[in-house]
Each structure stands twice: as structure tokens, then as C-alpha cells.
Design a protein around this ligand. Structure first.
Ligand code: NAG
Ligand code: NAG
Ligand code: NAG
Ligand code: NAG
Length: 128
């Protein structure tokens, strides 16, 4: 009984948060989806190396809703959302250093950069 009730209240709390966020005027939410410029097609990263992911900030709106960025690695289009390479950095910096995690080598890796929304890099290679 208790379990059901607490589940219900969490659910309605989430619903109210969603309602409030969706009700925000669109003008206050300038969406910025910067294109990733590095890594790109032909890039090869080795496990353990440090690299700067870079992106184009030239079209950044004056008032960005979410200035904090997150970099997520994806393989074959599958995002490892639970383990971002780095997060909570200033998206206007245009670059952020990451360390290549110990993942299975492959040539179908992409970097997804999240601010307000996500944009992905080209496919690139990670090797041992
Ligand atoms: C992502 O970046 C590309 C350029 O690399 C751009 O053409 C595209 O519109 C961007 N996607 C979004 C959702 O803004
Ligand atoms: C990343 O960029 C910063 C700032 O330009 C630089 O100091 C740093 O050495 C770069 N890191 C790598 C791995 O290139
Ligand atoms: C940006 O936000 C400031 C402060 O809220 C406001 O005065 C300004 O008009 C906004 N600019 C744009 C282009 O939305
Ligand atoms: C990356 O490669 C996959 C196939 O492995 C393809 O479906 C996808 O469109 C490619 N992504 C980009 C951004 O080129």
C-alpha cells in the first residue's frame, strides 16, 4: 500500500514539474545546438589519450537556456548516457578536454554534445 502511494506521488510530482517546464514561454528558451567540429571523419583516438572535443559557437544566441554542456560517447548510434565523458562545462567555450575511456575498439564512434539539445560528430575511430 505504502509502496503504491509513494509511487503515485512521485509520478504526479514529475507530471507537475513537466507541466511547469513546458509552460515556460518559448522566448525564454533560446535553443543552441552547436555542431561538433572535432572529432570528425578520419579521426583516430587511442584509449587513455586526452583530446579536446571542439564545436562551433559562432551562432550562439544571446540568451542560452542551458549554458552547461555534456559530452556523451556513442557507438553505432547507441549513447552511453549513464557515463558522460564530461559534463557541467560552459558550452560557450567551444572546446573541452576529455579522456578516451577504455572501450571496445571500433570505427563507429560518435561524440554527442548536449546543451539544450544534442548534436553528434561524424563517425570516428577508437583504437587500443
Ligand atoms: C547539427 O550540426 C549540423 C552541422 O554539423 C547542422 O547542420 C545541424 O542542423 C545541427 N543539428 C541541429 C539539431 O541543430
Ligand atoms: C586542450 O585545449 C587547452 C586550451 O587550449 C590546452 O591547454 C590543452 O593542452 C588541450 N589539450 C589537449 C589534449 O590538446
Ligand atoms: C537577454 O536577457 C536579458 C536579461 O533577461 C534581456 O534584457 C535581453 O533583452 C535578452 N536578449 C535577447 C536577445 O533575448
Ligand atoms: C555513422 O555510421 C553509421 C553506421 O555505422 C551510420 O548509420 C550513421 O549515419 C553514421 N553517422 C554519421 C554522423 O555519419
Amino acid at each position: 500500500m505504502m509502496f503504491t502511494i509513494s509511487h503515485l506521488s512521485v509520478f504526479s510530482l514529475l507530471l507537475s514539474i513537466f507541466a511547469v517546464v513546458s509552460a515556460l514561454p518559448l522566448a525564454l528558451r533560446d535553443v543552441f545546438v552547436p555542431p561538433v567540429t572535432y572529432p570528425h571523419a578520419g579521426t583516430v583516438w587511442k584509449v587513455g589519450q586526452h583530446h579536446n572535443v571542439t564545436w562551433d559557437t559562432t551562432n550562439a544566441p544571446v540568451n542560452i537556456t542551458n549554458k552547461l554542456g555534456k559530452v556523451v560517447l556513442a557507438k553505432g548510434g547507441r549513447l552511453d548516457y549513464e557515463h558522460p565523458l564530461i559534463k557541467d562545462f560552459d558550452i560557450l567555450k567551444g572546446r573541452i578536454e576529455v579522456q578516451v575511456p577504455d572501450v571496445t575498439p571500433g570505427d563507429d564512434y560518435t561524440i554527442v554534445l548536449f546543451g539544450d539539445s544534442g548534436n553528434n560528430s561524424h563517425n570516428f575511430t577508437i583504437s587500443k
